[in-house]
Design a binder for this molecule. Structure first.
Ligand code: ADP
Ligand code: ZN
Length: 723
């Protein structure tokens, strides 16, 4: 499920440039309309989720309009990345920020003055220097784009005072189009952006905040680390991901534990030195399959497109945080997973933190409501995506089909009786005890504490003995999540029945709970639906993808850029599926623009020719893993060679063709697999081509192979088959 591609009516050159520079066939959603507006000289406000495709909205018009496009961006770390990416596309881009030395600044400035830049990224404080503004007044400017425009607003959490001073732009450059872009869409923030950047009357382009490629999943916390390990191994082996934990300590422990299990992971939190943090971040950007275990300190300023999963081992603070944190997965639109586990202790903790907060009443009420929304989301038995979008004011007519509750719908059943038992246990023990003690009372456990308090004499003692301890903890968790029980501020985790509990106890209302809560269920392996690339890539294409990925890493290292700057995973996936045999065919793949075709086309074709003819031998799991771990084509080839040697060989024509291949291999001193792979050999035996012309269209028989071996192949076929 990808974002629908709508070809909006735009400038004819816009589509041409979209194809020739980016290699994309169509605009996505509102992109076309935005591009058109700016090309017509207008201003615009753009509200799009992460990964929606904001950058194209200013990059493309900047190329088409005369002059240089000026991009204001608060994230210094991202500028280099953006500029590297653009340079790979053949766009003349540069940045100005505090990371540059004096002479580098001079170089950029002189390129600017000489009209040698298409795009210039600048930090706001740098842009606002009188010197920079004066320079800008002397050159032709295509547009101003203010990225992360919500930073102008005091209401948001990313407020930056320099952003408010951007209000000088409309005054000093009244005729230059201004674009404000953000992924934060609430009304107050929006009004601030319009006011500061002088966008009154400008059209607002709002796209859906849905992230259809992200699969949302929430499960009960049992043994979080091994649940996480199972999830990674089953669905995201070798993928990059982020694991969020609440405390530095659990970040450290989890990272260490993952490493001990053979998974490449690094910790990241505010307690590490800036050097250690930079190192972790650089590894994450530049390596393929690293997992970062982090507190929320990690993520802002990371726009790695191929983060395949975000896992929460602790509850996020609110729906807003959850959306933002999970949104770091899958910017490239490929299938990704937002995975979370939580349990009773988390819920009690969060409620307690709120109860202990010294904030003014009004703030606390708002925070309590936010937490309630998050907990309701966690406990829901209906489509999670619908609930998430509804929270942000968007409605979605149908269930999404790509969240856990859609994929394995939980049954709910009336649990009024169990709820009444648990609530009365709390009330009859004086609303003074935590979940562990209440569970003991419900189960009828004659512990010292129970006896000491005389709770073994209560009518509630042992009423819940039919259920397991786990069931009671789950029921209690739901009652706390749904607001029937609250926690006190004393820090002991006492559970207190709230006013909401009364009608339930009196039997005036009923309560349904998820059945899996009453009958805890461990999903069987078959029941789980993996959400990794294998959904997109067949077993036969996977080795090609892996080989391309290994090649990409080598290229990236050579140029000191992150791998995704060379090609995105989505592009490699498409190439692996298509296995183009010519530059023209490769150029038709989404994400392969003219410049990249020139720079990498021949290499890619070689990688494919060497091992990627259609249905190349399927690797065993070990072989595939070996391929995944290497970064040179040679190693990939030797693994594939080994794979091809183990394939079966039925039929005498097959044998004859295999002999021919051995001969050809000896003659040309290349390994047999490179002459043609087994799949091609089988296809030849099946199709029995008797003329060279018949070879066209046989899987794996490209132009070059036909030229080199065509005659010999049809010779063998003719000699082995009757007329
Ligand atoms: P944002 O800045 O909104 O988070 P990006 O501009 O980084 O998003 O784009 C997200 C992803 O979508 C990138 O991988 C980008 O290459 C891709 N993309 C953007 N527009 C298109 C398009 N029209 N066709 C195909 N891919 C696109
Ligand atoms: Zn759903």
């Amino acid at each position: 499920m990808l974002v629908p591609m709508i070809a909006a009516p735009a400038h004819p050159d816009a589509l041409k440039v979209l194809k020739s520079v980016w290699g994309y066939d169509a605009f996505r959603g509102v992109q076309g309309g935005i591009v058109q507006t700016v090309l017509d000289g207008g201003n615009a406000l753009v509200l799009m989720p992460t990964g929606g495709g904001k950058s194209l909205c200013y990059q493309l018009p900047a190329l088409l309009r005369p002059g240089v496009g000026i991009i204001v961006s608060p994230l210094i770390a991202l500028m280099k990345d953006q500029v590297d990416t653009l340079r790979q596309l053949g766009v003349r881009a540069a940045f100005l920020n505090s990371s540059l030395g004096l002479s580098e600044v001079r170089d950029v400035e002189s390129a600017l003055m000489a009209g040698e830049l298409d795009l210039l990224y600048a930090a706001p404080e740098r842009l606002l220097l009188p010197r920079t503004l004066e320079l800008l007044e002397r050159v032709q400017i295509a547009l101003f784009a203010v990225d992360e425009a919500h930073c102008v607003s005091q209401w948001g959490h990313d407020f930056r005072p320099e952003y408010q001073q951007l209000s000088v732009l409309p005054g000093r450059f009244p005729t230059i189009p201004r674009l404000a872009l953000t992924a934060t869409a609430d009304d107050r923030t929006r009004a601030d952006i319009v006011q500061v950047l002088g966008l009154t009357g400008a059209p607002a382009f709002v796209s859906s905040f849905d992230r259809p490629n992200i699969q949302y999943r929430v499960a009960g916390k049992e043994s979080p680390k091994s649940q996480l390990l199972d999830f990674i191994r089953a669905e995201h082996a070798g993928d990059a991901g982020i694991v969020y934990c609440l405390s530095r300590k659990s970040v450290e422990e989890t990272a260490k534990w993952l490493v001990a299990q053979g998974i490449d992971a690094v910790p990241y939190h505010a307690g590490l030195s800036p050097r250690e943090r930079d190192h972790a971040q650089n590894r994450f950007l530049n390596e393929e399959g690293l997992i970062v275990v982090a507190t929320v300190a990690f993520g802002m300023g990371i726009d790695k497109p191929n983060v395949r999963f975000v896992a929460h081992l602790d509850l996020p603070k609110s729906m807003e945080s959850y959306y933002q944190e999970t949104g770091r997965a899958g910017r490239d639109s490929l299938p990704s997973t937002a995975w979370m586990v939580y349990g009773l202790a988390d819920v009690v903790n969060m409620r307690r933190m709120l109860a202990q907060s010294a904030a003014p009443d009004e703030v606390r009420r708002v925070e309590a409501a936010k937490l309630d929304a998050l907990l309701t989301y966690c406990e829901t038995a209906t489509c999670r995506r619908q609930m998430l979008l509804e929270y942000f004011g968007e409605s979605m007519a149908e269930a999404c089909g790509n969240c856990d509750t859609c994929l394995t719908p939980p049954r709910t059943r009336d649990a009024t009786r169990e709820a009444q038992m648990a609530l009365s246990a709390a009330i009859r023990t004086g609303n003074r005890f935590g979940a562990a003690h209440l569970t003991d009372v419900l189960l009828g456990r004659d512990t010292e504490k129970v006896r000491g308090m005389g709770h073994n004499l209560l009518p509630t003692f042992g009423v819940g003995a039919d259920h397991s301890e786990k069931t009671w903890r789950n029921v209690l968790r739901q009652l706390v999540s749904l607001g029937y029980l609250n926690t006190d501020a004393n820090g002991h985790g006492s559970l207190i029945a709230t006013a909401k509990a009364r009608p339930l106890l009196k039997g005036e209302t009923t309560l349904s709970l998820r059945e899996d809560v009453l009958l805890p269920r461990t999903a069987s392996r078959a029941e789980r639906r993996p959400n990794n690339r294998s959904a997109t890539l067949s077993a036969a294409d996977q080795p090609v993808f892996d080989a391309l990925r290994a090649w990409r890493l080598t290229k990236a290292r050579e140029q000191s850029v992150p791998p995704y700057v060379i090609f995105h995973d989505a592009t490699l996936t498409a190439i692996a599926q298509m296995r183009p045999s010519s530059l023209a065919a490769l150029g038709s793949v989404t994400g392969v623009g003219g410049r990249k075709l020139d720079a990498y086309g021949a290499d890619v074709l070689t990688v494919i020719r060497e091992l990627g003819s259609p249905s190349a031998p399927t690797l065993t799991r070990q072989q595939a893993e070996a391929v995944r771990g290497v970064s040179s084509n040679l190693a990939v080839l030797s693994v594939l060679n080994a794979a091809s040697k183990t394939a079966p060989a039925p039929g005498s024509l097959t044998d004859a063709l295999r002999d021919l291949r051995t001969t050809l291999s000896q003659e040309s001193e290349v390994s047999a697999f490179l002459i043609f792979p087994n799949a091609t050999l089988e296809a030849l035996a099946l199709r029995q081509p008797r003329r060279v012309a018949d070879l066209h269209g046989i899987a794996g028989m490209g132009e070059k192979r036909i030229q080199a071996y065509g005659e010999r192949i049809v010779g063998v076929v003719r000699s082995m088959t009757a007329d």
